[in-house]
Write a protein of this length. Structure first.
Length: 318
């Protein structure tokens, strides 16, 4: 079981149709979490044989959940429960797509849309502020599967389509050619949790990290919550972080607060905690009664550190 974390990353794959002949800036490659702009899906070549598949949209919930359960890389944000929560909180609508290929493989693309019916809608897998999208499947996926799905989405005639794939499947999303895409790299930190705590602690953490964590744990009080009770603690720590970042970048504090509140408006995280129950866990570490750090973990087949914030002044003490 892997665990991933990418802070507040906004990488992904965006398709913005434009007129033929328009120049496309140089492509920059990354190993995971890439954003693309492409003039046409047809410019992206298949690596193997063309993929033929039956498509069902919205994706059947039972089949979707079964694929999530069987996919060791799946995160909570790729599940039907997460899409239902997203649709319940926002104006986005469910446009998820279930694919069954002629060779017997099946996979789901979590996808939402907003805008007019038919052509001209905006599609995302997933929108900014809602975690990772991309495929879930119990089968091995290939680059040609990506090409086939992107062609399918292009046939919907979207105004734009944004994809933020799970970095554990990042290789199949590698851009095929600089002429077809602009790539904005985003990086995730991944640790393998297979084998349990003792194995991870003794073999996958450096000795200096274990020593530092051991010293800090003696001085910290740790709380765990799945009800939303600790969300306000996280929000206060994150507010301080936003102001600190604004000061460093010489950005007006009021502008920084507005920008960040658009991603996580008041009530959103509490709503998710209520909707998702023990699948969304908030951890808070306090030093002498004062919150020092908070982390929100999404629990799926793989765990995702989705939100985090810290009290910088307490860092040397912890």
């Amino acid at each position: 079981m892997p665990a991933t974390g990418d802070g507040r990353s906004t990488g992904g794959v965006d398709f913005l149709p434009h007129q033929a002949g328009t120049s496309v800036p140089e492509c920059r490659r990354a190993n995971c979490g890439t954003r693309w702009w492409a003039s046409s899906i047809d410019e992206i070549p298949n690596v193997g044989a063309p993929v033929s598949a039956t498509v069902v949209s919205p994706a059947p919930r039972v089949a979707w959940q079964e694929l999530c359960d069987a996919d060791s890389t799946a995160t909570l944000s790729q599940t039907p429960a997460w899409t239902d929560a997203l649709v319940g909180w926002t104006r986005w609508r469910d446009a998820s797509r279930y694919y069954r290929t002629d060779d017997g493989r099946s996979f789901v693309l979590p996808l939402v849309k907003r805008g007019p019916p038919g052509r001209g809608a905006v599609y995302a897998s997933l929108p900014r502020g809602w975690g990772m999208g991309g495929f879930v499947s119990s089968h091995t996926l290939r680059t040609e599967d990506v090409a086939a799905v992107l062609s399918d989405v292009q046939r919907l005639e979207p105004l734009t389509a944004r994809f933020l794939p799970n970095p554990l499947r990042g290789k199949i999303w590698s851009p095929p050619s600089p002429s077809a895409a602009i790539v904005l790299p985003r990086y995730s930190h991944v640790i393998d949790l297979e084998g349990g705590f003792d194995k991870v602690w003794s073999e996958r953490y450096r000795r200096t990290a274990r020593r530092t964590i051991g010293k800090a744990s003696d001085a910290l009080d740790i709380e765990r919550d799945t009800s939303g009770r600790l969300i306000p603690v996280y929000r206060e720590l994150f507010r301080r972080s936003v102001e600190r970042w604004a000061q460093r970048s010489h950005e007006p504090r009021w502008l920084a607060r507005i920008r960040e509140s658009r991603e996580d408006p008041p009530g959103k995280l509490e709503y998710l905690a209520e909707s998702l129950g023990d699948q969304m866990v908030t951890w808070v570490a306090s030093y002498r009664g004062e919150p020092a750090a908070a982390d929100i973990i999404l629990r799926g087949s793989s765990y995702f550190s989705w939100r985090g914030a810290m009290h910088e002044e307490l860092g040397p003490s912890t």
